[in-house]
Design a binder for this molecule. Structure first.
Ligand code: NDP
Length: 297
């Protein structure tokens, strides 16, 4: 029976982080400056705190200076806007990230729009999305998880041009940008969403499957074409009394079955997940390079 190559996203991310650390070191010795990333966390959600801590730690390891604001849940929209604007005008900060979700009384769109387009290392600013979608234009930063997916394909020698790709999900942060990226690279892309009537039939035609629909183990082994490349973005907690925390993480793909049919597959955890932070560091470094080159002109 076929056994897919299991893509080690953790190892790949580590390699990229080391490449970034070397570039940061070079910037420091040549220009006496390092990239800076500001992370803004509102409230005390446990998952958000973990994400923010991981991002800060990754910055430190790469030599990127991290600035952070941990703000109370009841901060007003005006006060939060002021925090973002201060980072916009701080020239040691090259990237600004506001951890989502924000509390209900705050208009998240308004806050994200306030982040200067040059410092939008998440790639969520409407200007960056627009440039991603327009032919012949390029964004300053591409959303981290979608970019991480493409990087995994490239680093594993997967041909994208001319292939049939199916993306499960059409969210602003994963599905939509990843489908645009695949199209740019000359794949023929089908986007499957919650109102798509025949997802299995569509999936069976795909050479490349990107699963980002947040539905635990929805994509089963017999949905896949033999030899398909499967990237599983889904991160779903399912109850598991035998696990220490009482739950375990599974993807949107039923791994045990899919690994018998696919040519390559990412596990959950340890697949796409670690790539997201690596791409955040990459976007921050690029933003710093752009800003310092601008200074030199
Ligand atoms: P959203 O909930 O924003 O979007 C989910 C998308 O999946 C929607 O477009 C929805 O369709 C579609 N969908 C829902 N149910 C089905 C279904 N039964 N069949 C087909 N499509 C369906 O999620 P995100 O995009 O934010 O995240 C997707 C998954 O990826 C989650 O599990 C999340 O945890 C994970 N994730 C992982 C990251 C990482 O590894 N670093 C980063 C970000 C997310 P519709 O538009 O019709 O509602």
């Amino acid at each position: 029976e076929r056994q897919a190559v299991v893509i080690d996203g953790k190892a790949c991310a580590k390699e990229i982080r080391e490449e970034i650390a070397a570039k940061v070191e070079a910037m420091k010795s040549e220009m006496g400056k390092v990239p800076g990333l500001a992370v803004v966390l509102v409230g005390t959600r446990k998952d958000s705190e973990t994400y923010v801590r991981n991002k800060e730690r990754a910055c430190t390891e790469a030599g990127i200076e991290s600035f952070s604001s941990r703000l109370p849940e009841d901060i007003s929209q005006e006060e939060l806007l002021k925090v973002v604007e201060d980072y916009n005008s701080n020239d040691q900060v090259h990237g600004i990230l506001v951890q989502l979700p924000l509390p209900k009384h705050i208009n998240a769109e308004l806050i994200l729009d306030a982040i200067s387009y040059e410092k939008d290392v998440d790639g969520f600013h409407p200007m960056n999305i627009a440039r991603l979608a327009l032919k012949g234009r390029s964004p300053l930063a591409v959303a981290c998880t979608p970019q991480g997916c493409l990087e995994l394909l490239d680093r594993h020698g997967v041909t994208i041009a001319g292939k049939r790709a199916v993306v499960f999900g059409r969210s602003n942060i994963v599905g939509m940008p990843v489908s645009l990226l695949l199209q740019q690279r000359d794949a023929t892309v089908t986007v499957v969403h919650s109102r798509t009537p025949n997802p299995k039939e569509i999936c069976l035609e795909a050479d490349i499957v990107i699963a980002a629909c947040g539905q635990a183990e929805m994509i089963q082994g017999d949905w896949l074409k033999e030899g398909a490349v499967v990237l599983d973005v889904g991160t779903n907690a399912v109850d598991d009394p035998t696990a220490k925390r009482g739950y375990r993480l599974v993807g949107d793909v039923k791994f045990s079955e899919a690994v018998q049919r696919a040519g390559m597959i990412t596990p959950v955890p340890g697949g796409v997940g670690p790539m997201t932070i690596a791409m955040l560091l990459k976007n921050t470094l690029q933003s710093a390079q752009r800003s310092l080159m601008g200074d030199a002109i």
